[in-house]
Design a protein around this ligand. Structure first.
Ligand code: GDP
Length: 433
């Protein structure tokens, strides 16, 4: 069992050897342990200063002390900046543990920041997104969420729900003083909340694309020009290096970045009639990739023409599909449709622009997969509440739904619903006036 009263220690820089590493201590004993590790710390040392000197394990570097109110974790902390060798990091951490610290669990610094009320859950998740960002658009989105954009939107929807709930409950509890609930105007207020929740819910697509990339499958008969197009698109764009496990694969997946948006291009096995077992498996795999991607580029050779088999394949797809003519240099007379030449580069920038547009606008907030379930639940509950009010069902039922929605949204931010709701019931209303 870990205790929030432990003082924890861990390197906050990467595990690889580097010029510099930072070891963080956080918790009630952080300063005391810091003093034991840093032999040259002056007697009156305090926060907002950087001290240079020698550490007890022999390395030299800097020590900084943080007050709870200004630290990352929301509790007293000390950060030791030393040389980034495994020996120096390990040596310092061993001394810290001897002096009473415990090695931190994964994510424990950020968890403490959350538990100490420094950040909410969406901001904690954004810390992870920030660290994982590979493109500028990913970084911008992570920064906005870390600065609280999603937290503010969810909290503001939640507060609006609390205020509607207060109005509803007041008419239940004090109907003699304030009269019956105005159902239709209350329903209107909830519908506008519903709209905001819907747009949050719709941001899931943008969030998924931003975090995981727009998945674009290249499909077509053998020799349609799939690999050449993949390479042409990769060649002119910054490729995102991804380590994908697995050695034998019948498809190739590569990521590029278009205006900061990650785009995952998947080259698949050529589609044709076949009886050869491994080829059939590859073709089935190609079709199943096409079923789960965001966009299919169906390629055909302009110099060979679009065949009946192409028509059948395209017809069977239930994803957005663009038919792209390839090898334009061999058939320059074709003037309509999306068409490219991987050989001379014609049409590539138009194709890139279209794909970028298909990925969508950069969203101001974008929920992730975890947020989606509670936000969907909240949407269902507010839908029920509107239904209840407009169909003359008991007002109590609307309260139940609103409470459900409020608590679902609390799951997104990590808050608990009840205490502030109760105070708000009397805050928003001046009973008796
Ligand atoms: P895949 O089987 O669909 O991946 O097709 P490939 O990309 O391997 O291309 C099949 C053949 O067409 C190769 O010989 C390529 O060099 C050729 N090819 C591909 N794209 C072009 C192009 O834009 N112009 C010309 N002239 N040949 C191309």
């Amino acid at each position: 069992m870990t205790s929030p009263f432990d003082t924890i220690v861990a390197p906050i820089t990467g595990a690889a050897r580097a010029a510099v590493a930072i070891v963080r201590l956080s918790g009630p004993e952080a300063w005391d342990i810091g003093r034991k590790l840093f032999t040259s710390l002056p007697e009156d040392a305090g926060p907002l200063r950087l001290y240079y000197g020698r550490f007890a394990h022999g390395d030299d570097g800097y020590l900084a002390l943080f007050e709870a109110s200004r630290s990352y974790t929301g509790e007293a902390a000390a950060e030791c900046s030393i040389h980034g060798s495994p020996a120096s990091v390990q040596g310092l951490i061993e001394l810290a543990i001897e002096a009473g610290a415990r090695f931190a669990e994964p994510g424990e610094f950020t968890q403490r920041a959350f538990l100490n009320g420094r950040i909410d859950l969406t901001q904690a998740e954004a810390v992870r997104d920030t660290i994982e960002a590979q493109t500028m658009a990913q970084l911008r989105a992570a920064n906005r969420q870390r600065e609280g954009a999603l937290f503010r939107e969810v909290s503001s929807v939640r507060e609006e729900l609390i205020s509607v709930l207060a109005a509803v409950e007041a008419t239940v509890d004090f109907s003699e003083e304030i009269g019956d609930l105005d159902r239709s105007s209350t329903a209107d207020r909830i519908v506008s909340i519903q709209t905001r929740l819907s747009s949050l819910n719709e941001s899931a697509r943008a969030g998924r694309i931003l975090r995981g990339g727009l998945r674009v499958a290249l499909l077509g008969r053998p020799n349609a020009g799939k690999s050449s197009l993949l390479n042409a698109l990769l060649g002119s764009e910054r490729a995102i290096v991804t380590a994908t496990p697995g050695t034998t694969r019948d498809f190739v997946e590569e990521s590029i970045e278009l205006e900061g948006f990650p785009i995952v291009l998947i080259d698949t096995a050529g589609l044709r009639e076949s009886t050869e077992e491994s080829e059939v498996a590859g073709i089935e795999r190609a079709r199943s990739i096409a079923r789960t991607c965001d966009l299919v580029l169906y390629l055909y050779d302009l110099s060979g023409g679009y065949a009946e088999s192409d028509r059948l394949e395209v017809f069977a797809l239930d994803r957005p599909v663009w038919i792209v003519g390839t090898k334009l240099d061999l058939a320059p007379s074709v003037v309509t449709g999306l068409r490219v030449s991987s050989r001379d580069g014609t049409g590539l920038s138009e194709l890139r622009r279209a794909i970028r547009q298909f990925a969508g606008e950069e969203p101001s907030v974008a929920i992730n997969a975890r947020h989606q379930a509670p936000i969907t639940a909240a949407l269902d509950e507010v839908g029920l509440a509107v239904d209840t009010l407009l169909h003359d069902r008991p007002v109590d039922l609307a309260s139940v739904s609103l409470r459900g929605a409020i608590s679902a949204l609390g799951e997104v931010t990590g808050e608990t619903a009840d205490p502030d709701m109760i105070s708000r019931i009397f805050h928003d209303f001046c009973i008796g006036k």
